[in-house]
Ligand binder design. Structure first.
Ligand SMILES: Nc1ncnc2c1ncn2[C@@H]1O[C@H](COP(=O)(O)OP(=O)(O)O)[C@@H](O)[C@H]1O
Ligand SMILES: [Mg+2]
Length: 250
């Protein structure tokens, strides 16, 4: 579905992506783990075509988007949607307007159809009744759910999520995890989820990838991935063990 070959991206003299290779399969949830600042958000921005890499190729559904001109990219990535790290809501629009924004923009439906779709999506993410609220009145979890509702109405076949649970409490995080899995099932889509939350990674991943030093250094199914001998994976495993000990009643 998505093939990334030898991807390089630098800002000034700082090389963030350094020959990164990755394949994402049709219908899977691929979770990318990695420390802060390794270039996970940068990678997502190249995939969705907001930025152009310095070198290398990204092919999505047979189309090499990195070879396209700017106006062609817009067309090529229409089937992709992204939940940005801060949810990227428009501050001047209420929740209802934010959720219907892309549908309105693309003139795909009548205002009445849009209103219906928005209402259904807001209900799915548990935000019914908050339609008229402005983004500044929403909590972090509500903002993420609002971003998710916007994805739901747009129904892209490729979904990118940038740290969907970062900064949320465990219960809200789990709600978001479930929404991501449900969305994937409902849209029969392909998802890439960037996170450093190992719990949420293991909950939803078909495969896990480790982003380190500008490259994807491991990709495997969860069980196999967690057995890899790598300093970061060892640390993640240790985190889980410590957590399990805490959770066990004495
Ligand atoms: N537009 C930019 N200009 C300059 N440096 C950037 C830009 N975007 C990201 N970077 C740098 O690239 C590195 C990776 O960033 P990012 O992809 O946001 O990390 P993360 O893995 O935490 O998502 C960081 O050191 C960041 O400062
Ligand atoms: Mg990031």
């Amino acid at each position: 579905m998505i093939q990334i070959k030898d991807l390089w991206k630098r800002y000034g003299s700082f090389e963030v992506l350094r020959g990164l290779n990755l394949e994402v399969r049709q219908g899977e949830i691929l979770v990318i783990l990695g420390r802060s600042g390794v270039g996970k958000s940068v990678l997502l921005r190249q995939i969705i075509g907001i930025e152009k890499p310095d070198q290398g190729s990204i092919t999505v559904d047979g189309v090499e988007i990195t070879a396209l001109k700017k106006n062609e990219i817009y067309q090529a990535v229409r089937n992709m949607g992204m939940l940005f790290q801060g949810a990227a809501l428009f501050d001047s629009m209420n929740l209802e307007e934010n959720t219907g924004f892309y549908l309105k923009e693309h003139r795909l439906f009548s205002p009445r159809e849009i209103a219906e779709k928005v209402a259904i999506a807001l209900q799915k993410v548990g935000l019914e009744g908050a339609e008229k609220k402005m983004p500044s009145d929403l909590s972090g979890g509500m903002r993420k759910r609002a971003g998710l509702a916007r994805l739901l109405v747009y129904r892209p076949s490729i979904l990118l999520y940038d740290e969907p649970t970062t900064g949320l409490d465990p219960i809200t995080s789990q709600q978001i995890n479930e929404l991501i899995v449900n969305t994937q099932n409902e849209l029969k889509g392909t998802s890439i989820v960037v996170t450093h939350d190992i719990h949420s990674a293991l909950f939803m991943a078909d495969r896990l990838a480790l982003h380190c030093d500008g490259q994807i250094i491991h990709v495997a199914e969860p069980k196999e991935f967690m057995n890899i001998d790598d300093p970061i994976i060892n640390f993640l495993r240790e985190t889980l063990v410590t957590q399990a000990r805490k959770d066990t009643p004495q």
